[in-house]
Each structure stands twice: as structure tokens, then as C-alpha cells.
Design a protein around this ligand. Structure first.
Ligand SMILES: *Cc1c(COP(=O)(O)O)cnc(C)c1O
Length: 357
């Protein structure tokens, strides 16, 4: 339990006092009536589908469905235009450019660094250990009075593993800034979500996404779970209508079909296991790292030439071979059974070519 944490000390002073833009839909939230308040087109849209009305700025219907699924009060949910939006807003809410710092734990998701760099916020990197775990002592040492956020990704992209609970707990207990736990891949692991521990840690922020397990990457839907106070701040600084009407409609439809998501996850986990076996049987594969996500990090003797060969075969994987601690590795998303077989057949062909040459 972190008793000394005070959100007001983490939020930039001018954001605390900021009066947000008040949209027409903020000022009148009733449903029926003659709406002449938002300068919308009263006749409809140029398209067959009608989009002439502004969407709900706070996505109340989606949150009402999502709350019970995630077992959390709707006041503690923020929805964004992808997770990229809360990542950006959390930095904007807490970090003064050129002064404040964030800590990232490479190798990890690239957006934490990009987003901080866009805002000219200082980035302190504390490498994961050689076995991809958090070096807690080193992270604690890297904290300065100007450090506002520690970014933790679990299961981590691109390494695929879950970070130890006790390490994250130690950070939460010993840091008076935000610890953001990015759970983009939470559906692919048995490890419980940190959402269940938000009551215990006022400085904990959890990110999830509709882009992976839910299969809705094209919609751009990100979830952020935190204290009601922090959610209020994010709502204050977001753009007023941050999730479009068609996206809101599709997210609502998606939340009705959680079973379908669970079925797809089951299928992906089955394919993850069989892809692992097929890859481990190839002599050109040195190592397939353990994965709690929907991808495998795979070490090859000559990752760059494998990558080039696969591109020639029109198979695109992610080259992580120049990434710190992932040298020589490609990150391979688990595809359908057919796609995985095509990949493995190509790798066999590559192997054969090498033997012949
Ligand atoms: C894919 C991914 C996301 C998702 O980002 P969206 O903007 O929601 O699509 C977030 N975090 C990590 C670590 C990811 O790998």
C-alpha cells in the first residue's frame, strides 16, 4: 500500500487548475429533443449511414458494458483512440517538457519513448535483466525527484514474458509517481490483471486495448483504468469527441460478443503452441522464447537474412534483430493455422537453400 502518494504532486499545476472545453454534449446530456446546440447538419449525412450527430464524449454506453466485464466502476475507466492516446495524455498530464523524466525498461514497446520524445520529456532507460525481468534495484536508483512515470509492459512486447508481481509491487510502493502497467496482451496469459489491485495502489494505472484479443485494431480503441481522480484529469485534457461514432457503435457490438473473443484467444493459444513446436524442430532456429502473448520471439543464426528471405516470399514478420537484448531475433505474430504453415514451409525452404549453397 502506497500511503504517501499524492496525485496532485504528480499532475502539472496548470492542468490541475485548467477549465476544460465544455462541449454542447457536456452541457445538455438529455436524449430526446430538438437539438439546435451543436451546429450539426439537421438533414443527415452525405453518406448512406448517418453520422451527422456528435458522439458521446465520455462513451457512457460502452463503459456501462465494459465495467462489469472488467469488474470495475465506470468512473475508473477512460477510453481512448487506441492505447496510444492515454499513453500521450498521461505524459501530457504529468510531465513538464525539458524538466520531467519518465523511466522505460527496454527492450519494450516503442511508443513510451516516442510519446515522451514528442513532448521533449527526458527518458531514463533501465535495461531489463538478461532473462527479461525488471532490475528493481536499478529502477529505484534511476528515480529522480522529477520522475513522473515508470512504464511497465506485461506481458512485455517484444519479449513475450510476464513481469514479476513483486517487482511491480516494489515499484508501486516506493515511487511517488505513476506506475503504468500496459496489459495489451493480458488476454493471452493466465496471469491476473492488475485492474484487481487498483484499490490497493493509488499510483497504479492499467492500460488495455481492443486491438489484439478483441480483433479490433482498425477501430482504434484503448482502455485506461486508474483512480477516479486521475480519470477525471484525462477526461479534462482529451479532445472532446475522441472516439468516433462508428467506432463507438462497433465497440458496443464487440462487447456483446465477449465469447467470440474468448474463442479466438483459445484458437490463438493453440496455434501458439503448435507454431512453437514447428519452429523448435527447425535447425535454423536457435531458440523460441517463452511467450504469454500472441507472438513468439525467435532467435536465428542470421536473423537479417531470414527476414530478407521471408520478405521475398511475401511473409512479413518483425525484425527485432538490432534491438537491445533481442539481437538476432525476429518477432513473429501467431497467425492462423494456414499462415503458420506457410511460414514454416518457407523457413524449411530457406534451410534447404543454405544446405545446397
Ligand atoms: C499493440 C500494443 C498496444 C496497442 O496499442 P493501440 O494503440 O491500442 O492499438 C499497446 N501496448 C503494447 C505494448 C502493444 O504491443
Amino acid at each position: 500500500m502506497n500511503n504517501s502518494f499524492d496525485l496532485k504532486s504528480v499532475i502539472r499545476p496548470h492542468i490541475l487548475t485548467l477549465a476544460p472545453y465544455s462541449s454542447a454534449r457536456d452541457e445538455y446530456t438529455g436524449r430526446a429533443g430538438v437539438f439546435l446546440d451543436a451546429n450539426e447538419n439537421p438533414y443527415g449525412s452525405v453518406t448512406a449511414e448517418h453520422y451527422n450527430r456528435y458522439p458521446d464524449p465520455y462513451q457512457a454506453e460502452i463503459k456501462a458494458k465494459l465495467g462489469p466485464i472488467k469488474n470495475i466502476n465506470t468512473e475508473r475507466i477512460f477510453l481512448g483512440n487506441g492505447s496510444d492516446e492515454p499513453i500521450d495524455l498521461l505524459i501530457r498530464a504529468t510531465c513538464t517538457p525539458e524538466k520531467d523524466h519518465v523511466i522505460i525498461l527496454p527492450p519494450t514497446y516503442g511508443m513510451y519513448e516516442v510519446s515522451a520524445s514528442i513532448h521533449n520529456v527526458q527518458i531514463d532507460k533501465v535495461s531489463l535483466t538478461a532473462d527479461y525481468h525488471i532490475d528493481v534495484e536499478a529502477v529505484l536508483k534511476a528515480i529522480t525527484p522529477d520522475t513522473k512515470i515508470i512504464w511497465v509492459c506485461t506481458p512485455n512486447n517484444p519479449t513475450g514474458n510476464v513481469m514479476q508481481d513483486d517487482a511491480i509491487e516494489t515499484l508501486l510502493n516506493n515511487f511517488n509517481g505513476l506506475v503504468v502497467v500496459d496489459e495489451a496482451y493480458v488476454d493471452f496469459t493466465d496471469a491476473p490483471s492488475w485492474i484487481g489491485r487498483l484499490d490497493q495502489f493509488p499510483n497504479l494505472v492499467v492500460l488495455q486495448t481492443f486491438s489484439k484479443a478483441w480483433g479490433l485494431a482498425g477501430l482504434r480503441g484503448g482502455m485506461c483504468f486508474a483512480s477516479a481522480e486521475l480519470i477525471k484529469i484525462l477526461n479534462k485534457i482529451k479532445s472532446p469527441y475522441n472516439i468516433s461514432l462508428p467506432a463507438q457503435k462497433a465497440l458496443l457490438e464487440g462487447l456483446e460478443a465477449e465469447d467470440k473473443k474468448n474463442e479466438m484467444v483459445k484458437e490463438i493459444l493453440k496455434e501458439r503452441a503448435s507454431l512453437r513446436t514447428m519452429l523448435e524442430n527447425l535447425s535454423l532456429v536457435n531458440k523460441v522464447f517463452p511467450s504469454d502473448a500472441n507472438f513468439l520471439l525467435v532467435h536465428f543464426d542470421d536473423a537479417k537474412s531470414v527476414m530478407a528471405f521471408l520478405i521475398d516470399e511475401a511473409i512479413i514478420v518483425r525484425d527485432r534483430s538490432r534491438v537491445h537484448l533481442c539481437e538476432g531475433c525476429l518477432r513473429i505474430t501467431v497467425g492462423t493455422q494456414e499462415e503458420n504453415e506457410v511460414l514454416v514451409e518457407s523457413l524449411k525452404k530457406y534451410q534447404q537453400n543454405i544446405v545446397i549453397a
